[in-house]
Design a protein around this ligand. Structure first.
Ligand SMILES: CC(C)(COP(=O)(O)OP(=O)(O)OC[C@H]1O[C@@H](n2cnc3c(N)ncnc32)[C@H](O)[C@@H]1OP(=O)(O)O)[C@@H](O)C(=O)NCCC(=O)NCCS
Length: 258
């Protein structure tokens, strides 16, 4: 595959059974699989990665106020291109993207890339890219950070049922549960491609459950059975999740940039 941007290794998650693998050569993406790539954006030099981006991406990069944000944007988009290009044996710079009506990006060219589905998320120094052949995938990562008014944030972004469930979680675990719930909701929205067009209280996800799932979807009945979730272990400082349709069979986890 094309080399990913020059990114250093991330600290391994401090848990047994680390799922993240380093790829040695080209990775085959099979039907039914979702591959998740983790890219460490810390200390990246944006200039090298910039070369593979389109004029539109460069223009977006140029609008960031802070150099660090710009470099993280450039590095994550360069990594996304490298990952997608490797799936279709194309050069990263040869990919072009389109956007759905609510902003979900897709590969417009080359033609072989149109069957790919992908999702990108970045928070702090971590970017995750999920990719599949034909499975509408959504991924979200959030840095777990202190919030002054956790209950207020929950009331604003979560459904009443989710807020009630969060209040039942032990105070010491509540912040983490909040961000895990957030990533489940975002991963689902991103898989559906709805973005901000969807009311966040129109559906309920589990809060703090070992096996996350949709409990009720009031604005799209039947989605409860249509979508599956998986939590991603991206270390103690982050919460992350993937959503994909029921026929998602297997997930493989890769470290980018090695
Ligand atoms: C844009 C959105 C899809 C995700 O934004 P986010 O969580 O702030 O940012 P992430 O890094 O996770 O994802 C951004 C990427 O999602 C992708 N994206 C944008 N619109 C999308 C859509 N409608 N569907 C799927 N993916 C989308 C793009 O690749 C984007 O990357 P880019 O901005 O570098 O081009 C949208 O849901 C949003 O802005 N949410 C705001 C946060 C919020 O209110 N969350 C409530 C959670 S309970």
């Amino acid at each position: 595959m094309e080399p990913l941007p020059n990114v250093p290794d991330l600290p391994r998650p401090r848990v047994a059974g680390d799922v993240w693998r380093t790829s040695s050569g080209r990775v085959e993406l099979r039907g039914g699989e979702v591959h998740v790539w983790r890219i460490d954006l810390a200390g990246l030099r944006g200039a090298a990665a910039l070369a593979t981006l389109s004029d539109a991406e460069r223009a977006r990069a140029g609008r960031f106020r802070f150099p660090g944000d710009r470099d993280r944007f450039v590095a994550s988009h360069a990594a996304l291109r490298a990952i997608l290009a490797s799936c279709v044996d194309a050069a990263p710079a040869a990919l072009s993207f389109g956007e759905s009506v609510h902003g979900k990006p897709f590969v417009a060219a080359p033609a072989a890339g149109r069957a790919l589905r992908f999702s990108l998320s970045h928070s702090g120094d971590v970017a995750l890219v999920a990719v599949s052949r034909g499975l509408e995938v959504g991924v979200d990562v959030e840095r777990v950070r202190a919030l002054d008014d956790l209950e207020g944030f929950a009331a604003r972004y979560f459904s009443p049922r989710e807020c009630a469930a969060l209040a039942q979680i032990a105070a010491s675990d509540r912040l983490r549960a909040f961000f895990e719930t957030w990533t489940l909701k975002e991963a689902y929205l991103k898989a559906c491609g709805d973005g901000l067009a969807r009311a966040l209280d129109a559906f309920d996800v589990t809060v703090g459950a070992a096996q996350p799932r949709l409990l009720a979807v009031r604005d799209r009945p039947g989605d409860e059975a249509r979508w599956k979730f998986e939590r991603i272990d991206s270390g103690p400082g982050h919460a992350a999740a993937i959503a994909a349709p029921r026929d998602w069979e297997r997930t493989r986890y890769w470290r980018g940039g090695e």
